[in-house]
Ligand binder design. Structure first.
Ligand code: ATP
Ligand code: MG
Length: 310
């Protein structure tokens, strides 16, 4: 088996049009019946290979693009998931964009602007490491971010979140209608596992660089974040761009689940190498004949003439 069974993937999706309860329905420690890293190793390797095959066709066909929005609390494993899941694909066809606190220039534009600029072109996979979804998460939890945004008067009201959900749904519908397939993945880490990983970052010198003291402060807003996430899932998981909530307490399962979700999505597209037209086939044959003739007669015609003159 190259990927997780459909019934496991079904448990991870947020069904469009329903209300989920994040804390009750999605266990960060779930492993789909697998018991250890060893169980998942071979499946992960196969999944990575399968993804490389899909990507080769996606690139050659040059019709669709895949946008993967990755969201998570700190230390859920976004970076290492990208590193492992994408380890087999051709780097030419994948771009990763990390979205941080917006700059002055970015704040001078509407909130989707910087995301638009980073969208993957046809044939490519684009990974947003955080995305426009921060606009209904961190900006909602910390209202001072909203204060900094240069919105017209009357726009910073309590209805702004509902409006943003609608704007995002419309934006993603527009993308999917135009061949940019949108996949949204939340890495669901528990508060206890986050603490364990922060402690490792503090205690292990090679991990010190990953740790920022502000991450510990942000952790105090855990419940507010969970509320904002839940509300976001319930408004923005759509038939054209569904959310997946991937358990993130066991990194080996996270990677297997993410590669399986991507492969399932790409498997549903009609990916194929472009058909070769009869004219193109004839041109290929002609090129083949020229290459074969080269061995018998390597000099170009005008060079032969010059030789004779001398
Ligand atoms: P990460 O935390 O994603 O692993 P990092 O630690 O390298 O990456 P940070 O400097 O922490 O980078 O940048 C990410 C921070 O930027 C997050 O705290 C996130 O909430 C914040 N951010 C992203 N987009 C926005 C936004 N639109 N408005 C306000 N803050 C944002
Ligand atoms: Mg950070």
């Amino acid at each position: 088996m190259t990927q997780l069974p459909d019934k496991v993937l079904k448990r991870l999706i947020v069904p469009p049009g329903t209300r989920i309860n994040l804390r009750r329905d999605y266990d960060p420690g779930y492993t789909g019946g697998l018991s250890s890293r060893g169980d998942a190793g071979e499946q992960l390797a196969e999944g990575i290979e399968r993804l490389a095959e899909h990507q080769d066709k996606l690139y050659a066909q040059n019709t669709y693009a895949l946008l993967i929005n990755l969201q998570a609390m700190d230390a859920a494993g976004k970076d290492s998931t990208i590193k492992h899941v994408m380890s087999g694909v051709n780097p030419q066809g994948v771009q990763v964009k990390s979205f941080k606190v917006p700059s002055e220039e970015e704040l001078d534009h509407d909130y989707l602007w910087r995301n638009f600029l980073a969208l993957p072109g046809r044939g490519n996979i684009g990974i947003f490491n955080r995305s426009y979804y921060e606009e209904v998460l961190v900006v909602r939890v910390h209202k001072e971010f909203l204060e900094r945004q240069q919105l017209p008067p009357g726009r910073k009201t309590d209805t702004i979140w509902q409006r943003r959900y609608e704007e995002i749904n419309n934006f993603e519908k527009y993308l999917s209608d135009n061949g940019i397939v949108v996949l949204k993945i939340f890495l669901n880490v528990s508060k206890e596992t986050q603490k364990k990983r922060f402690l490792e970052r503090i205690d292990e010198p090679e991990k010190n660089w990953k740790f920022s003291a502000t991450d510990v402060l942000e952790r105090r807003y855990w419940e507010q974040y969970m509320d904002a996430y839940e509300e976001m899932f319930n408004h923005t998981s759509t038939p054209w761009a569904p959310w997946y909530i991937v358990p993130a307490d066991h990194k080996w399962f996270t990677r297997l689940a993410v590669v399986s979700i991507i492969n399932a999505m790409l498997g549903r597209l009609d990916l194929a190498y472009p058909e070769v037209s009869p004219e193109k086939k004839e041109a290929l044959m002609q090129a083949r004949r020229m290459l074969e003739d080269e061995e018998r007669d390597p000099a170009p015609p005008d060079r032969k003439k010059k030789k004779r003159k001398r």
